[in-house]
Design a protein around this ligand. Structure first.
Ligand code: GTP
Ligand code: MG
Length: 370
């Protein structure tokens, strides 16, 4: 079979210290004698192109398994990795997705889930997220849970329980888009900078400073959040001078309409608006009274925040997570779904139970999720 000789990239895209590819199949030993030159038993050597030129210095490790498999570690340039893949394709390899069993031990659904958790580790944005994934790979987490439920027969309560925490588990890897909105000068960019931990956006005392949408990653209690800042919303005329700001407002409204959550900042200067949020086209929103250190009257119904004094900033993070996931802490000490495809199969298994069918054959699909 043509694809019984294969190559797969085991590291993700982009630059890195090192990259890795794996080759395997009956032809692998022949390929290596054609293109790898080492010395003695050392795993270090050079990989050569068709005309004999060196592609890279590599480390070659034979991987245990039923057929010949080798891990080739090269320098971390995506161009070099691509060159190496091309070289083996030229020798007859078929590119394929990395096999999960490289990251897991043993076979079965539990091992598949453990492999999915480990393969997801490079996407973890915080220590909490890494610990969460490693726990899901263990007997305490989803990997252990699936082995246990397959031995008996899962109930609908088991599956519903798992689905309840799915949003927070999936949120460990997939950052929701959260837009900071409000009138010009509400303090949006100052808050954005505070939350992403760097002076990413310009701030200024004049209204109308930000025009472009600016996106950066923040981390709230270990969860990734894709935060977006943009133009303040206000009515503008048709004049040529206002063209750029008008476009900024249009882009901001678009971003708000597609966001997972909009944080609306209402500053003290909003006067009569003080207890009334902005009318915006968005799915979900939370309103905060920003720059609250400038308002001593205290006549606001929204949670108070001040980037100047730090008041309310930690509470804001907790409120955002509760709004998105219903919890503000990463799931711990229990099985939890962490990929959308896992949620799909659990939902299908629930449908099966509700229709009076044994869900175990559906649950076996969990081993193959990516
Ligand atoms: N006292 C006080 N001043 C703040 C606070 N947050 C922001 N400011 C000031 O308010 C002014 C406007 O802040 P920005 O963050 O630029 O406001 P913005 O909402 O991004 O404004 P536009 O980009 O023009 O829409 C700046 O002078 C900030 O230093 C706050 O919490 N307290
Ligand atoms: Mg701004």
């Amino acid at each position: 079979m043509a694809d019984s000789n294969w190559i797969s990239e085991v590291t993700g895209p982009g630059r890195s210290a090192l990259h890795g590819v794996m080759i395997g199949g009956p032809a692998a030993d022949q390929w290596l004698s054609d293109c790898f030159r080492g010395s003695g038993s050392s795993p270090h050597g050079t990989l050569h192109d068709e005309d004999g030129t060196v592609i890279d210095d590599v480390v070659l490790v034979e991987w245990p398994g039923e057929t010949s498999r080798y891990l080739i570690t090269c320098h971390g340039s995506p161009v070099l990795k691509e060159h190496i893949v091309d070289r083996f394709v030229q020798l007859g390899a078929t590119p394929r997705e990395p096999k999960m069993d490289l990251w897991g031990e043993g076979k079965g659904v539990g091992a598949g889930i453990a492999a999915q958790a480990r393969i997801s580790l490079p996407r973890a944005c915080s220590r909490e997220a890494s610990a969460f994934l490693l726990e899901q790979a263990s007997s305490l987490g989803l990997a252990g849970w699936i082995e246990r439920v397959l031995e008996t027969s899962p109930t609908d309560a088991d599956l519903k329980h798992l689905l309840q925490s799915a949003a927070s588990g999936i949120g460990v890897l997939d950052a929701p888009r959260v837009v900071i909105a409000g009138v010009p000068n509400a303090g949006k960019s100052t808050l954005f900078n505070e939350l992403v931990g760097e002076s990413r956006a310009l701030t200024w005392h004049q209204p109308g400073t930000t025009r472009d949408l600016i996106e950066s990653q923040a981390i709230f209690c270990g969860f990734p959040i894709s935060l977006i800042d943009g133009a303040g919303i206000r009515q503008l005329g048709e004049s040529v001078e206002e063209t750029v700001e008008r476009e900024g407002v249009r882009r901001m409204r678009l971003a708000m309409s597609s966001a997972d959550l909009v944080l609306q900042l209402v500053p003290p200067s909003e006067g009569e608006r003080r207890n009334r949020p902005l009318e915006t086209p968005c799915r979900r929103s939370l309103v905060f009274h920003s720059r609250c250190d400038e308002n001593s009257a205290g006549d606001v119904v929204y949670p108070r925040i001040s980037t100047m004094t730090g008041e309310g900033i930690e509470t804001l993070k907790v409120l955002v997570l509760q709004e998105l996931y219903g919890v503000s802490q990463m799931p711990q000490g229990k099985p939890c779904l962490f990929l959308p495809s896992q949620r799909h199969w659990i939902e299908q298994a629930l449908v099966a139970i509700e229709g009076g069918t044994d869900p175990r054959s559906i649950l076996l699909n969990l081993a193959e999720c990516i």
